[in-house]
Ligand binder design. Structure first.
Ligand SMILES: O=c1ccn([C@@H]2O[C@H](COP(=O)(O)O)[C@@H](O)[C@H]2O)c(=O)[nH]1
Length: 288
């Protein structure tokens, strides 16, 4: 299954420089479909996605459809998910499927094939994973991602307040769960070999307190996907607070704060620009 295409990290960096590092989340909830004057059906879902793709054009490096909002419409919803991923790929964006898979190793192999393998319905460029059955259970997934030149974002510190007590609990060696995960991700990315490029990133909420700077430092060269901007209360200033010095590794993402501007195309484009521009300026800071 080894792919000859350039690795995700290479493609992302090129697009982030040419467009913006901003990752557009796609969560077509019932509320949003109704707000856009659409039916809460696969037909409405497809119209929503097509309109969003029209608005986005070639403005974003990466899109992040949340699988749950497509799965809830059954098999026809999954066809729309396939369709929207292809549409954005055709517009030159990379696709990150937000599915947060996490299971024992043997099941993870099957999930990895379903996301990145030759028979995958989605052929995602990247996907999200949860590590609570152990980072070790994701190792084969990461090998498959590496072979396919894809990328795995592992949840380390989520944007929601409910995650904190679990993610900051300390193990016997004194490290928090998040610190131990960050060390494990750095080690996975530093493994030598013919395809020795970073293939594992971290989900690190933009809502996190300053005390999480230490986790950021442990991550080495991993990309950091930073949900929490907009609807969850964080802003682009929080990126400076948490990730300064690591600007080139940050993938700012937001969903509702863009989608709520629809269905009008001009309003959607303006909302998108309110996210792509500060994300681009933040990345530029790394070059100063
Ligand atoms: O820690 C995390 C990881 C993923 N998400 C996802 O982001 C969107 C919500 O984004 P908004 O910008 O708040 O609308 C949704 O798909 C979540 O599953 C997250 O919020 N936090």
């Amino acid at each position: 299954m080894t792919s000859l295409a350039p690795p995700f990290i290479h493609n992302f960096n090129a697009l982030a420089d040419a467009r913006s590092p901003f990752c557009l989340g796609i969560d077509p909830s019932k509320e949003l479909l109704i707000r856009w004057g659409l039916e809460d059906t696969p037909k409405g879902l497809r119209e929503f996605c097509d309109r969003l793709a029209d608005a986005a054009g070639d403005r974003v490096a990466l899109v992040k459809p949340q699988s749950a909002f497509f799965e809830r419409h059954g098999p026809d919803g999954l066809k729309v998910l396939q369709h929207v991923m292809k549409r954005f790929k055709d517009q030159g964006s990379l696709t990150l499927l937000d599915v947060k898979r996490g299971d024992i190793g043997s099941t993870m192999d099957a999930y990895a094939q379903s996301l990145f393998g030759p028979n995958s319905a989605y052929k995602a460029d990247a996907a999200t994973f949860t590590p609570y059955l152990g980072l070790g259970a994701l190792v084969k997934t990461i090998e498959l991602a590496r072979a396919a030149n894809a990328y795995a974002f592992v949840v380390v510190r989520s944007s929601n307040p409910e995650g904190t007590s679990l993610q900051t609990a300390k193990g016997a060696d004194g490290r928090t769960v998040a610190e131990a995960l960050a060390d494990g991700i750095r080690e996975l990315n530093e493994q030598p070999g013919p395809k020795a490029f970073p293939v594992v990133g971290a989900v690190m909420g933009a809502t996190l307190p300053d005390s999480d700077r230490g986790v950021v430092e442990r991550l080495g060269g991993a990309l950091m996907l930073t949900p929490g901007i907009g609807a969850q209360g964080a802003g682009f200033d929080d990126l400076k607070r948490l990730f300064s010095g690591r600007e080139a590794q940050v993938v700012p993402t937001a969903t509702r704060s863009v989608l709520e501007a629809g269905p009008d195309l001009a309003s959607l484009r303006a909302a998108l620009e309110r996210h792509t521009e500060p994300a681009r300026r933040f990345r530029e800071d790394a070059k100063r």
